[in-house]
Design a protein around this ligand. Sequence first.
Ligand SMILES: NC(=O)c1ccc[n+]([C@@H]2O[C@H](COP(=O)([O-])OP(=O)(O)OC[C@H]3O[C@@H](n4cnc5c(N)ncnc54)[C@H](O)[C@@H]3O)[C@@H](O)[C@H]2O)c1
Length: 383
Amino acid sequence: MANKKQLRIGLVGTGFMGRTHSNGYKRIGDFFPDLQYRPVLKAVCARREDKVKAFAEQWGYESYETDYKKLIARNDIDAIDICTPNDSHAEIAIAAAAAGKIILCEKPLARNVEEAQKMVDAIEKAGVANTVWYNYRRLPAVTLAKQIVESGKLGKIFHYRANFLQDWTISADLPQGGEGLWRMDINAAGSGVTGDLLAHCIDTAMWINGAITDVSAVTETFIKERMHQLTGKVQKVGIDDACIFHCHFSNGSLGLFESTRYARGHKALYTFEINGADASIRWNLHDLNRLEYFDHRDESIVRGWRSILVTDGDQPYMKRWWVPGLNIGYEHSFVHQVADFLESLEKGAPCEPTFRNALLTQKVCEAVIESANSRSWKDTGVK
Ligand SMILES: NC(=O)c1ccc[n+]([C@@H]2O[C@H](COP(=O)([O-])OP(=O)(O)OC[C@H]3O[C@@H](n4cnc5c(N)ncnc54)[C@H](O)[C@@H]3O)[C@@H](O)[C@H]2O)c1
C-alpha cells in the first residue's frame, strides 16, 4: 500500500448498491494488485445515524456522515460515489463537481434528460473524472459479446432483442414511495421499468450495437393507485409498470425491448440476443458466465448453438479470478468497474460510460416514455 496512490472514497447511500460498491472497492487490492490506485473507504453517508454507523462498522469505513454536503466538504475525500435513489443524483453530483471531487454515479444518471444534462454540464465544467455504474458491461460474457460483434464475426447485424423481467410488484397491496419502495414513486424514480431496467438494456445495446435513433413504445401501469408510504394516502401511480418498445439502430438493424415487473416467475431475467447475417449470440443473466453462439459457416452436420463458458484466462477479466471452468458472479461486475475506473485514472483516460455517455441512454429512455404517452414514433436525438 505504501507505494500506491490513494483514492479516498466517500460513499452516499447504504442500500443494495452501497453494498455492491463497497464490496467492489474491498476486492481490488487482492485481485488487481498491479493497479497504482487503491480505494480507501474513508467515509460513508446516509441520513439515519444508527444505520450509517452500523454500515461503516460492518464494511470497514473509517468514518460516517449523515449529510452528504458535509461529506462533500471534507478535504480527506477524493471521490464521491452516489448510491442513492434517482431523485438525489443530480443535486449530489452537481455539488460534488463544484467541490472538484471525482464522481461515480449509479444509473440511471438522473430522472430525466434535463437533470442529466445539468449533471454533464457541471462535471465537464469542473473537469473531474466520472463514470456511471452500468455494470452489466463488465460481466465477462457481455464484454465478450461486444468483442465478438466488433470482430465482425456476426456479419451485418439485423436484430437486437432484449428483455428485463421481474415479478415483485404484482400485489395491489404493495405501497409506493419511501425507504425500499422509492422505485414505485414517480417523483423519486423519474420513471418505472424504463429508467430502472430498460436503461441497463439500452446501455448494453448501444455499447454493443451503436446508436438507437428512434423508438415506438407502449407502456402500462397495471395498478393505478397505491398507498404512499410517506403520506399514508392512496395516490395515483405515475410509473410505467411495463414497457415494450421497438426501434431502429444507426447501423440499420431493428431492436425489440421488453421490461416488466409483472412477469410471474421472473426475478431478474435480463437477456439479449443479436442476429447477424453469419452468426448470432445470446446471453442471459441467470447463467451469466455463459455466452451462446451460432455460426452459419460451420459444417452443416455439426452446425448448432455453441455454449461457451466464459471462464478462460484469455476471456475478458477472467485471468484475475480462479482457474478455467470456475464461475464468478454478479458482484464481480462491480469489482471490474472499480478496476477499470482506477486504471482510467492511471491513464488519464475516460472510464466509459461517462456521464456524457449515460446521457445518451437517458435520451433514449425519455424518448421511449414520450413515444408511449403520445402513441407515436420519437427520435432520440442520439446518433
Ligand atoms: N447498477 C445496478 O445494477 C443497480 C442495481 C440497483 C440499483 N441501482 C441504482 O442505485 C441507486 C440506489 O439503488 P438501491 O437499490 O441501492 O436503493 P436502496 O433503497 O437499497 O438504497 C438507497 C440508499 O440511499 C439512502 N439515501 C436516500 N436518500 C439519501 C440522501 N439524500 N442522502 C444520503 N443517503 C440517502 C437510503 O437511506 C438508502 O441507504 C438507484 O439510482 C438505482 O437505480 C443500480
